[in-house]
Design a protein around this ligand. Sequence first.
Ligand code: AP5
Ligand code: MG
Length: 196
Amino acid sequence: MLIVLIGPPGSGKGTQAKRLVDYLQIPHLSTGELLREAIAKDTSLGRLAAQYMDHGRLVPDPLVLAMVGEKLQEPQFSRGCLFDGFPRTLQQARALEESLQQRGTPLDMALELRADEDELIARMLKRAAAERRTDDNPETIAHRMEVFRQQTTPLLDYYRFRELLVTVDAMGTPDEVFDRIKEAIAWVRSKKSVTT
Ligand code: AP5
Ligand code: MG
Protein backbone atom coordinates (compact mmCIF):
# COMPACT_ATOMS: atom_id res chain seq x y z
CA MET A 1 0.00 0.00 0.00
CA LEU A 2 1.00 3.59 -0.58
CA ILE A 3 -0.32 5.95 2.06
CA VAL A 4 0.23 9.62 2.74
CA LEU A 5 -0.18 10.77 6.36
CA ILE A 6 -1.28 14.38 6.65
CA GLY A 7 -1.73 16.18 9.92
CA PRO A 8 -0.64 19.25 11.83
CA PRO A 9 2.45 19.17 14.03
CA GLY A 10 1.88 16.88 17.01
CA SER A 11 -1.11 15.08 15.48
CA GLY A 12 0.63 11.72 15.86
CA LYS A 13 1.98 11.05 12.37
CA GLY A 14 5.22 9.57 13.70
CA THR A 15 3.50 7.72 16.56
CA GLN A 16 0.94 6.09 14.29
CA ALA A 17 3.49 5.45 11.52
CA LYS A 18 5.45 3.22 13.91
CA ARG A 19 2.37 1.09 14.47
CA LEU A 20 1.39 1.11 10.81
CA VAL A 21 4.72 -0.13 9.47
CA ASP A 22 4.30 -3.30 11.57
CA TYR A 23 0.64 -3.64 10.72
CA LEU A 24 1.02 -3.14 6.97
CA GLN A 25 4.61 -4.37 6.58
CA ILE A 26 5.59 -1.39 4.47
CA PRO A 27 8.52 1.01 4.96
CA HIS A 28 8.18 4.44 6.52
CA LEU A 29 9.45 7.63 4.90
CA SER A 30 9.40 10.69 7.16
CA THR A 31 10.87 13.79 5.54
CA GLY A 32 11.18 15.40 8.98
CA GLU A 33 13.26 12.47 10.25
CA LEU A 34 15.41 12.39 7.11
CA LEU A 35 16.09 16.10 7.46
CA ARG A 36 16.93 15.77 11.18
CA GLU A 37 19.35 12.95 10.25
CA ALA A 38 21.00 15.22 7.69
CA ILE A 39 21.34 17.91 10.36
CA ALA A 40 22.84 15.42 12.85
CA LYS A 41 25.37 14.32 10.21
CA ASP A 42 26.11 17.95 9.39
CA THR A 43 25.73 17.44 5.63
CA SER A 44 25.28 20.41 3.29
CA LEU A 45 21.56 19.56 3.03
CA GLY A 46 21.35 19.42 6.81
CA ARG A 47 23.00 22.80 7.26
CA LEU A 48 20.64 24.37 4.77
CA ALA A 49 17.53 22.61 6.14
CA ALA A 50 18.29 23.68 9.73
CA GLN A 51 17.92 27.33 8.72
CA TYR A 52 14.28 26.63 7.84
CA MET A 53 13.35 23.98 10.40
CA ASP A 54 14.63 25.91 13.40
CA HIS A 55 12.12 28.64 12.52
CA GLY A 56 9.26 26.28 11.70
CA ARG A 57 9.38 27.10 8.00
CA LEU A 58 9.15 24.52 5.24
CA VAL A 59 12.37 23.42 3.59
CA PRO A 60 12.17 24.49 -0.10
CA ASP A 61 10.39 22.04 -2.40
CA PRO A 62 13.35 21.31 -4.74
CA LEU A 63 15.50 20.16 -1.80
CA VAL A 64 12.76 17.97 -0.34
CA LEU A 65 11.82 16.51 -3.73
CA ALA A 66 15.44 15.61 -4.54
CA MET A 67 15.82 13.95 -1.12
CA VAL A 68 12.59 11.94 -1.46
CA GLY A 69 13.34 11.01 -5.08
CA GLU A 70 16.68 9.56 -4.05
CA LYS A 71 15.20 7.70 -1.09
CA LEU A 72 12.42 6.13 -3.19
CA GLN A 73 15.05 4.46 -5.39
CA GLU A 74 15.79 2.09 -2.50
CA PRO A 75 14.40 -1.38 -3.30
CA GLN A 76 12.39 -1.58 -0.05
CA PHE A 77 10.03 1.10 -1.39
CA SER A 78 8.89 -1.11 -4.26
CA ARG A 79 6.71 -2.86 -1.63
CA GLY A 80 4.85 0.32 -0.74
CA CYS A 81 5.41 3.31 1.47
CA LEU A 82 3.99 5.20 4.37
CA PHE A 83 4.77 8.86 3.71
CA ASP A 84 4.88 10.89 6.93
CA GLY A 85 4.95 14.67 6.62
CA PHE A 86 5.28 14.48 2.85
CA PRO A 87 3.85 15.94 0.69
CA ARG A 88 3.32 19.24 2.45
CA THR A 89 2.74 21.58 -0.47
CA LEU A 90 0.74 21.30 -3.68
CA GLN A 91 3.98 21.25 -5.65
CA GLN A 92 5.18 18.25 -3.62
CA ALA A 93 1.82 16.50 -4.05
CA ARG A 94 1.88 16.96 -7.82
CA ALA A 95 5.48 15.73 -8.04
CA LEU A 96 4.63 12.66 -5.96
CA GLU A 97 1.60 11.89 -8.10
CA GLU A 98 3.70 12.15 -11.25
CA SER A 99 6.47 9.93 -9.96
CA LEU A 100 4.01 7.29 -8.71
CA GLN A 101 2.25 7.40 -12.07
CA GLN A 102 5.56 6.74 -13.79
CA ARG A 103 6.10 3.72 -11.54
CA GLY A 104 2.56 2.52 -12.19
CA THR A 105 1.79 2.44 -8.47
CA PRO A 106 -0.86 5.05 -7.60
CA LEU A 107 -1.52 6.23 -4.06
CA ASP A 108 -4.09 4.20 -2.10
CA MET A 109 -5.10 6.78 0.47
CA ALA A 110 -4.35 10.11 2.08
CA LEU A 111 -4.97 9.76 5.79
CA GLU A 112 -5.69 13.00 7.61
CA LEU A 113 -5.14 13.09 11.39
CA ARG A 114 -7.26 15.79 12.95
CA ALA A 115 -6.99 17.10 16.52
CA ASP A 116 -7.67 20.24 18.57
CA GLU A 117 -4.88 22.78 18.49
CA ASP A 118 -4.67 23.03 22.31
CA GLU A 119 -4.06 19.29 22.52
CA LEU A 120 -1.38 19.44 19.80
CA ILE A 121 0.48 22.22 21.55
CA ALA A 122 0.33 20.38 24.89
CA ARG A 123 1.75 17.21 23.28
CA MET A 124 4.67 19.06 21.71
CA LEU A 125 5.52 21.00 24.85
CA LYS A 126 5.53 17.73 26.77
CA ARG A 127 7.85 16.20 24.17
CA ALA A 128 10.10 19.27 24.28
CA ALA A 129 11.33 18.35 27.76
CA ALA A 130 12.10 14.75 26.77
CA GLU A 131 13.46 14.99 23.23
CA ARG A 132 14.77 18.53 22.87
CA ARG A 133 13.70 19.02 19.29
CA THR A 134 14.88 22.50 18.33
CA ASP A 135 11.47 23.33 16.84
CA ASP A 136 9.45 22.35 19.94
CA ASN A 137 9.24 25.78 21.60
CA PRO A 138 6.07 27.89 21.85
CA GLU A 139 7.05 30.44 19.22
CA THR A 140 8.19 27.90 16.61
CA ILE A 141 5.23 25.62 17.33
CA ALA A 142 2.85 28.52 16.62
CA HIS A 143 4.62 29.17 13.32
CA ARG A 144 4.56 25.47 12.35
CA MET A 145 0.79 25.47 12.95
CA GLU A 146 0.35 28.53 10.74
CA VAL A 147 2.51 27.01 7.99
CA PHE A 148 0.38 23.88 8.15
CA ARG A 149 -2.82 25.91 7.79
CA GLN A 150 -1.52 27.97 4.89
CA GLN A 151 0.61 25.56 2.90
CA THR A 152 -0.56 22.05 3.73
CA THR A 153 -4.33 22.24 4.25
CA PRO A 154 -4.88 22.83 0.48
CA LEU A 155 -3.74 19.21 0.08
CA LEU A 156 -6.91 18.07 1.82
CA ASP A 157 -9.01 19.33 -1.10
CA TYR A 158 -6.43 18.00 -3.55
CA TYR A 159 -6.86 14.47 -2.21
CA ARG A 160 -10.59 14.82 -1.55
CA PHE A 161 -11.07 15.66 -5.23
CA ARG A 162 -9.18 12.46 -6.11
CA GLU A 163 -11.38 10.49 -3.67
CA LEU A 164 -8.33 9.45 -1.67
CA LEU A 165 -8.90 11.44 1.52
CA VAL A 166 -9.94 9.72 4.73
CA THR A 167 -10.09 11.76 7.94
CA VAL A 168 -9.49 10.18 11.33
CA ASP A 169 -10.07 11.76 14.73
CA ALA A 170 -6.61 11.92 16.33
CA MET A 171 -7.86 12.82 19.83
CA GLY A 172 -7.72 10.13 22.51
CA THR A 173 -5.00 7.62 23.31
CA PRO A 174 -2.57 6.41 20.62
CA ASP A 175 -4.27 2.99 20.74
CA GLU A 176 -7.71 4.52 20.21
CA VAL A 177 -6.41 6.51 17.24
CA PHE A 178 -4.72 3.42 15.81
CA ASP A 179 -7.99 1.45 16.02
CA ARG A 180 -9.71 4.18 14.01
CA ILE A 181 -6.89 4.11 11.44
CA LYS A 182 -7.21 0.34 11.05
CA GLU A 183 -10.94 0.78 10.44
CA ALA A 184 -10.21 3.44 7.81
CA ILE A 185 -7.73 1.13 6.06
CA ALA A 186 -10.22 -1.73 6.08
CA TRP A 187 -12.81 0.57 4.55
CA VAL A 188 -10.43 1.67 1.77
CA ARG A 189 -9.50 -1.94 1.07
CA SER A 190 -13.13 -3.04 0.89
CA LYS A 191 -13.93 -0.17 -1.47
CA LYS A 192 -11.06 -1.23 -3.73
CA SER A 193 -12.17 -4.83 -3.86
CA VAL A 194 -15.63 -3.67 -4.94
CA THR A 195 -14.36 -1.42 -7.72
CA THR A 196 -11.60 -3.70 -9.09
P1 AP5 B 1 8.12 16.92 10.93
O1 AP5 B 1 9.20 16.17 11.55
O2 AP5 B 1 7.28 16.26 9.92
O3 AP5 B 1 7.27 17.53 12.11
P2 AP5 B 1 5.75 18.02 12.25
O4 AP5 B 1 4.89 17.86 11.07
O5 AP5 B 1 5.85 19.37 12.82
O6 AP5 B 1 5.14 17.00 13.22
P3 AP5 B 1 5.75 16.30 14.50
O7 AP5 B 1 6.79 15.31 14.07
O8 AP5 B 1 6.10 17.29 15.53
O9 AP5 B 1 4.44 15.59 15.01
P4 AP5 B 1 3.77 14.23 14.56
O10 AP5 B 1 2.51 14.50 13.84
O11 AP5 B 1 4.76 13.30 13.92
O12 AP5 B 1 3.38 13.69 15.98
P5 AP5 B 1 4.18 12.69 16.95
O13 AP5 B 1 3.76 11.30 16.66
O14 AP5 B 1 5.61 13.01 16.95
O15 AP5 B 1 8.71 18.23 10.27
C1 AP5 B 1 9.62 19.07 10.96
C2 AP5 B 1 10.11 20.17 10.05
O16 AP5 B 1 10.85 19.59 8.96
C3 AP5 B 1 9.05 21.03 9.38
O17 AP5 B 1 8.64 22.09 10.20
C4 AP5 B 1 9.81 21.51 8.14
O18 AP5 B 1 10.69 22.55 8.48
C5 AP5 B 1 10.63 20.30 7.75
N1 AP5 B 1 9.92 19.42 6.82
C6 AP5 B 1 9.52 18.13 7.07
N2 AP5 B 1 8.91 17.63 6.00
C7 AP5 B 1 8.91 18.60 5.06
C8 AP5 B 1 8.39 18.66 3.75
N3 AP5 B 1 7.74 17.63 3.18
N4 AP5 B 1 8.56 19.83 3.06
C9 AP5 B 1 9.23 20.87 3.61
N5 AP5 B 1 9.73 20.88 4.85
C10 AP5 B 1 9.57 19.73 5.58
O19 AP5 B 1 3.51 13.10 18.34
C11 AP5 B 1 3.87 14.31 18.97
C12 AP5 B 1 4.00 14.05 20.48
O20 AP5 B 1 2.71 13.69 20.99
C13 AP5 B 1 4.93 12.89 20.84
O21 AP5 B 1 5.60 13.17 22.01
C14 AP5 B 1 3.98 11.69 21.01
O22 AP5 B 1 4.48 10.75 21.91
C15 AP5 B 1 2.72 12.38 21.54
N6 AP5 B 1 1.49 11.73 21.08
C16 AP5 B 1 1.22 11.22 19.86
N7 AP5 B 1 -0.04 10.75 19.79
C17 AP5 B 1 -0.60 10.99 21.00
C18 AP5 B 1 -1.89 10.75 21.56
N8 AP5 B 1 -2.86 10.15 20.84
N9 AP5 B 1 -2.12 11.16 22.83
C19 AP5 B 1 -1.15 11.76 23.56
N10 AP5 B 1 0.11 12.00 23.09
C20 AP5 B 1 0.38 11.63 21.83
MG1 MG C 1 6.73 13.49 13.18
